[in-house]
Design a protein around this ligand. Structure first.
Ligand SMILES: NC(=O)c1ccc[n+]([C@@H]2O[C@H](COP(=O)([O-])OP(=O)(O)OC[C@H]3O[C@@H](n4cnc5c(N)ncnc54)[C@H](O)[C@@H]3O)[C@@H](O)[C@H]2O)c1
Length: 362
């Protein structure tokens, strides 16, 4: 057994060694060295930015899907339709993290050549945090947009049951400093937070979840018992989720709504999820220096806003994640014991306890 973290103890990990462990785990589960390295990099960077719900804590599910046949490797992408500014890519059931990385790189390549790149993906699998791919575009100097559909866990405005995915939607904008970067899903609150409240025995605010009968509830246990997440802002989050379902589902040729296989439950069947990626060259609209100057002005105005009582200062999207990443790179990546415990289980099952233990900094 790997060394266990004591209750409540948060661990500091070395990102490079954690990435190595994740890649070894994915390889042991059947991924090629390339797929494993790309996927491990996406997962660990997601944690570095503090998005722990979609970082290495999902490693056990990627491992299980690779072993059971829900995900295949090598990941082979086929371009099924293409113009200088658009493409539709078939991911052939490979690793969503790898397919999405390549698809955003393709969108950026088209934007570099032609000003804009729009790449839709079908037959993919879970791609993790949408923000990772939008950020990749911004770090290459382009405005990036990324979204994905998934199996339904959210109501439509007025529906009693779950009918649509809690679609993640992210944008990132280069600013000359850290990128402006919003990465959110379309429910009032994440399913993970509801599960956590259930584990703690805490009530949840009304408006987060409906029970199996479609009634608002403050009991988080109702979510797992046939309930559903409620959309962010009612018809607003529902409407935005439908935009994702249109681009990443209907237009890409991927599965839609109930057709997308739930990857946490059915690990033996490819999900056929769809994604959409957009990259935009700011220089098609104005000089880069001018744009950066205007973005700094915009961000400066928001930073100068008077904070509400109890708030230290007004932030812009992506700022918290930028600060967290700097801290994690400097002082080590902090992980909750519960996530570490899941990694220990994976390490034990794959004979990689030494590689995981080596990732600890403390
Ligand atoms: N692949 C999938 O199927 C799937 C599905 C759902 C969610 N997700 C992912 O889950 C993650 C979490 O989603 P979420 O909806 O819980 O996000 P969230 O509610 O935690 O919001 C995060 C975003 O809000 C911004 N933000 C937070 N506080 C801020 C403040 N005070 N001022 C300005 N901006 C602020 C952050 O910079 C970040 O961009 C995302 O990475 C998303 O892509 C993925």
């Amino acid at each position: 057994m790997a060394a266990a973290a004591s209750d409540g103890e948060r661990l500091r990990l070395d990102a490079t060694r954690l990435r190595r462990f994740c890649a070894e785990a994915l390889s042991a589960a059947g991924a090629t060295a390339h797929d494993a390295a790309v996927a491990a990099a996406v997962l660990v960077r997601t944690d570095l930015r503090g998005v722990h719900s979609h970082g290495v804590q999902t490693l056990p599910f990627h491992v299980k899907n690779l072993r059971d046949g829900g995900t295949c490797s090598p990941t082979r992408q086929t371009v099924v339709r293409s113009t200088p500014v658009t493409a539709v890519v078939d991911g052939n059931g490979g690793l969503g993290l790898v397919i999405a990385t390549a698809a955003m790189a393709m969108a950026v390549g088209k934007a570099r050549d032609s000003g804009i790149g729009v790449v839709l993906v079908r037959n993919s699998n879970h791609f993790g945090a949408a923000g990772h791919y939008a950020l990749a575009a911004a770090e290459a100097g382009f405005i990036g947009l990324a979204t994905s559909n998934a199996s339904p866990i959210m109501t439509a405005a007025g529906s009693a049951k779950k009918v649509i995915s809690n679609a993640p939607l992210a944008y990132a904008v280069p600013t000359g400093r850290f990128p402006l970067a919003l990465d959110i899903a379309m429910s009032a609150t994440a399913g993970m937070k509801v599960r956590l409240a259930a584990e703690r025995g805490e009530a949840i605010p009304e408006g987060w979840v409906v029970d199996a009968g479609g009634m608002p509830t403050t009991n988080p246990g109702d979510y797992a018992a046939g309930g559903a997440l409620a959309p962010l802002g009612g018809h607003k989050g529902y409407g935005m989720a439908l935009l994702t379902e249109t681009l990443a589902g209907a237009l890409s040729g991927a599965a839609m709504t109930r057709g997308v296989v739930p990857w946490l439950v059915d690990t033996g069947t490819p999900t056929n999820a769809g994604h959409a990626f957009v990259a935009l060259d700011v220089e098609c609209f104005m000089g880069r220096d001018d744009f950066y100057r205007r973005m700094q002005q915009l961000i400066g105005e928001l930073h100068a806003a008077e904070p509400a009582p109890g708030v230290e200062r007004v932030l812009v999207p992506g700022e918290l994640e930028h600060l967290r990443e700097q801290d994690a790179l400097e002082r080590g990546l902090e992980l909750e014991p519960v996530i570490w415990h899941h990694l220990e289980q994976v390490a034990d099952s794959l004979g990689l306890t030494g590689a995981l233990a080596a990732a600890r900094r403390d």
